[in-house]
Design a protein around this ligand. Structure first.
Ligand code: C5P
Length: 405
C-alpha cells in the first residue's frame, strides 16, 4: 500500500518511554511510501538512539539547531518547509508545554514554531503517565494546542510503563499511521453520518447449524474506513466476519437478516447516507429448531422450508422517500453475468438513486474488486483496484451526489 506516496513527514521524538513505538511507526510511514526526516530532542536520545531512527528512516537524524550540515545553517527553516506534515510522537507533557509557549531553544520546538502553519499541519501524539495526562496544566495545554490549530491525537488507555493503569499511553504504531493517512484524505463527508451494512448474514437452522454465504465483509469494512477518513461519523452493522473494526467506527455485530434490519432501523433516522454492502440472505429457514436436529441412523433427511427475509435496503429507501428523501441510499449488486442490465433493474426495484454493481465470484474474499456505478445520469466504471482504494473513490462519488449539507 502506498497511502503516503509522495509525502514527506518530519517525525519528531520528544522524551518518553513511548519512543520505542516511534521506531515501528517510522517503519510504517516508510512502508506506506512516505519519506521521513527524524528530529529528536536531547531527552528522546535517552530513550532510543539516533542510530536506530537513522537506519529505519534512511536519513541522518537532526537534533541540534546548530547543525552545520545545512548550507545556510538553518535546519529549522529548511526541515519545516520541506515537510507535508510534522508529527510529534511521542509528544511529552514538557514538549507540549513548550509548544504552547512558543519556546524555541531546541531544534524540534524551534521548527514547529517556524513552520508555515497554513501549509504544514502539526500532529501531536501525547504520551505520559495518567496523572500527568489528567493534570489541569496538561489538559489546559492540550486545549490551547487545539485552539492554535494543532491536531492533537488521542491517547490509549491501559497499563503504563510506570505500572499504573489509565489514560495517557501513546497510540500504537498502526493507529498513528492510520491517523496520518486519514489526515491527508479529503474531508468530503465532514459532518455527515454514514450507516453501512457489511458481510454475510447467518440464518439459523438449529442452535449449531445455519445458512450463510461467501461474502467476506471486506468491501463494507473498507467503505466504513474510507467514510471515516472522509470525516463522517460511521455506524457499521456487520454480519458474522472476523475483520478488525476500522478505527473510529461504531460497530454493531449481528447474525441474521432480521437482526440486521433492527440494527439498521435503529440508526437510519440519524443517518445522511445508507450504504447496503451486506450480502443479506434472501431466505431463512421457516422454523429454526430450538434443539440440534439429530441424525437417527434411519437415513431420513430433514426437509427445510424457507420464508423470505425482509429487504432491508428497499425498506429503508421507501421510508426515506416517505420522509422527504433526506437519506441518500446506495445499494450493491453482486452478479455473475449481465452486470449492467441487472444493476439497472436492481436500482429501479430497490428504489435507490445509486446502485453499485460487481461480479460476485470476482470479489468475494478478495482484496481487490472492480465497480460499476449506475445512477440516473448513466454509468461510471471504477476499474479493478484494492478495496480500500475503490472505497475511497466510491465515497468521493457518493459525496458529489449528496445535497449540500
Ligand atoms: O436483491 P439483492 O440481494 O441482489 O440486492 C442487493 C442489495 O440489496 C445489496 O445492497 C444488499 O445489501 C441489499 N439487500 C438488503 N436486504 C436484503 C437483500 C438485499 O438490504 N434482504
Amino acid at each position: 500500500m502506498s497511502d503516503l506516496a509522495g509525502k514527506h513527514i518530519v517525525l519528531g521524538l520528544s522524551g518518553g518511554v513511548a519512543c520505542y513505538k516511534a521506531a515501528e511507526f517510522c517503519r510504517g510511514l516508510v512502508k506506506a511510501g512516505a519519506t521521513v526526516q527524524v528530529v529528536m530532542t536531547e531527552a528522546a536520545e535517552h530513550f532510543i538512539t539516533p542510530v536506530t531512527m537513522q537506519a529505519l528512516s534512511g536519513r541522518t537524524v537532526y537534533s541540534s539547531q546548530w547543525d552545520a550540515r545545512e548550507g545556510n545553517n538553518m535546519p529549522h527553516i529548511n526541515l519545516s518547509r520541506e515537510a507535508d506534515a510534522i508529527v510529534i510522537a511521542p509528544a511529552s507533557a514538557d514538549f507540549m508545554a513548550r509548544l504552547v509557549h512558543g519556546r524555541a531553544d531546541d531544534l524540534l520546538s524551534l521548527l514547529c514554531l517556524a513552520r508555515p502553519r497554513e501549509r504544514v499541519p502539526l500532529l501531536v501524539a501525547p504520551a505520559m503517565n495518567r496523572e500527568m495526562y489528567a493534570h489541569p496544566a496538561t489538559q489546559r495545554n492540550l486545549a490551547q494546542l487545539r485552539a492554535d490549530g494543532t491536531v492533537v491525537l488521542g491517547v490509549g488507555a491501559g497499563e503504563q510503563a510506570c505500572g499504573e493503569t489509565g489514560d495517557g499511553r501513546m497510540l500504537e504504531p498502526d493507529e498513528l499511521l492510520y491517523e496520518v493517512v486519514r489526515h491527508f484524505q479529503p474531508k468530503v463527508l465532514s459532518g455527515r453520518h454514514v450507516l453501512i451494512t457489511a458481510g454475510p448474514t447467518f440464518e439459523a437452522i438449529d442452535p449449531v447449524r445455519g445458512l450463510t454465504n461467501r461474502s467476506s465483509g471486506k468491501m463494507g469494512f473498507a467503505l466504513a474506513r474510507a467514510a471515516h477518513e472522509a470525516g463522517a461519523q460511521v455506524t457499521l452493522v456487520a454480519g458474522p466476519v472476523a475483520l478488525p473494526t476500522p478505527r473510529g467506527v461504531q460497530r454493531v455485530d449481528v447474525m441474521s437478516a432480521q437482526d440486521m434490519q433492527r440494527a439498521v432501523q435503529a440508526s437510519a433516522d440519524a443517518a445522511d447516507v445508507f450504504i447496503a454492502a451486506a450480502a443479506v440472505a434472501d431466505w431463512r429457514p421457516a422454523n429454526a429448531a430450538g434443539q440440534k436436529i439429530k441424525k437417527d441412523g434411519s437415513g431420513e433427511v430433514p426437509a427445510l422450508a424457507f420464508v423470505e427475509n425482509p429487504d432491508i435496503l428497499a425498506g429503508v429507501a421507501q421510508g426515506a422517500r416517505a420522509k422527504g428523501g433526506a437519506l441518500y441510499c446506495v445499494g450493491f449488486a453482486a452478479e455473475s453475468h449481465d452486470l449492467l442490465a441487472h444493476a439497472q433493474a436492481k436500482r429501479a426495484r430497490k428504489g435507490v438513486p445509486l446502485l453499485v454493481g460487481n461480479i460476485g465470484p470476482d470479489t468475494f474474499g478478495r482484496d481487490d474488486n472492480a465497480l460499476l456505478l449506475v445512477d440516473e445520469g448513466g454509468t461510471t466504471e471504477l476499474p479493478r483496484d484494492g478495496k480500500l482504494a475503490l472505497a475511497r473513490r466510491l465515497v468521493a462519488e457518493i459525496a458529489r451526489r449528496l445535497p449540500r449539507g
